[in-house]
Design a protein around this ligand. Structure first.
Ligand SMILES: Cc1cc2nc3c(=O)[nH]c(=O)nc-3n(C[C@H](O)[C@H](O)[C@H](O)COP(=O)(O)OP(=O)(O)OC[C@H]3O[C@@H](n4cnc5c(N)ncnc54)[C@H](O)[C@@H]3O)c2cc1C
Length: 202
């Protein structure tokens, strides 16, 4: 990264931070001693790296999503709507129950993936199933969090009128990135179709 020709430009994100960058390479020469693996084998190395990223990211993410769901359940208990706690509203209850089931499915999928790795088998294209499932679930769940807060969701989370100490606004905005990074949902579906289900391309 210290070679001449490399420019790093931080990208400002919707939730406020700038956690990753655009990286430009202009006529950059990489010394031979920094070659990873074999010459002309970069595609395989990149694919293997991305597969591991998808597989391992699911473990920690499931715990974060579980915590986020617990936050929403706490919010539903103390937020009042039409004179009663939101947690007494049948539609909200159904959605929270569905979220709890989805998060549990995520946990079990992770155990399956972990068992495979413990048995010495590297993660394969089926890691895309987990990535697709947790990212789409969290996006759906964070939208539900905003629905629960209603118009109050638009307040600055630092405002004394924001109804929860948990910043659900940030989680919602961040969740939009999850179906893009590590490969978009459409790309995961292509991988699942072609490399897991063996469907024809195109
Ligand atoms: C928060 C965040 C963090 C990131 N971190 C990193 C990082 O650390 N390292 C890194 O290298 N990159 C990172 N990225 C970049 C990320 O991997 C890319 O944004 C992502 O792979 C999509 O590529 P793209 O932006 O070029 O979109 P495009 O590939 O141009 O896709 C645009 C749209 O077209 C669809 N599309 C594209 N090709 C197909 C196809 N064949 N079939 C069907 N639909 C298709 C996509 O699904 C998408 O909806 C990050 C992105 C975000 C948002």
């Amino acid at each position: 990264m210290h070679s001449p020709g490399i420019t790093v430009k931080p990208l400002r994100q919707m939730p406020g931070g700038a956690e990753f960058n655009e990286v430009f390479f202009e006529n950059v020469r990489v010394p031979k001693r920094q070659l990873v693996g074999q010459l002309h084998d970069g595609w395989r190395i990149a694919m293997t790296t991305l597969t591991h990223e998808r597989a391992s990211a699911s473990f920690g993410t499931q715990v974060q999503i579980q915590r986020s769901l617990e936050d929403m359940m706490a919010v539903a208990k103390h937020l009042q709507r039409h004179g009663r706690p939101l947690s007494a509203d049948p539609v909200t209850r159904q959605k929270l129950a569905e979220a709890a089931m989805r998060v549990d499915v995520m946990r079990l999928n992770n155990y399956r993936a972990m068992t495979t790795e413990v048995r010495g088998r590297p993660p394969g294209p089926d890691a895309s199933l987990d990535k697709l499932y947790w990212s789409e679930t969290n996006k759906w769940m964070q939208e539900m969090g905003q629905e629960m807060l209603g118009p109050l969701s638009q307040l600055d989370p630092a405002s004394p009128y924001y109804p929860t100490s948990v910043n659900l606004q940030r989680s919602f905005l961040w969740s939009r990135a999850e179906t893009i990074f590590s490969g978009t949902s459409e790309i995961q579906k292509n991988i699942i179709g072609e490399r897991v289900l063996g469907l024809p391309r195109g």
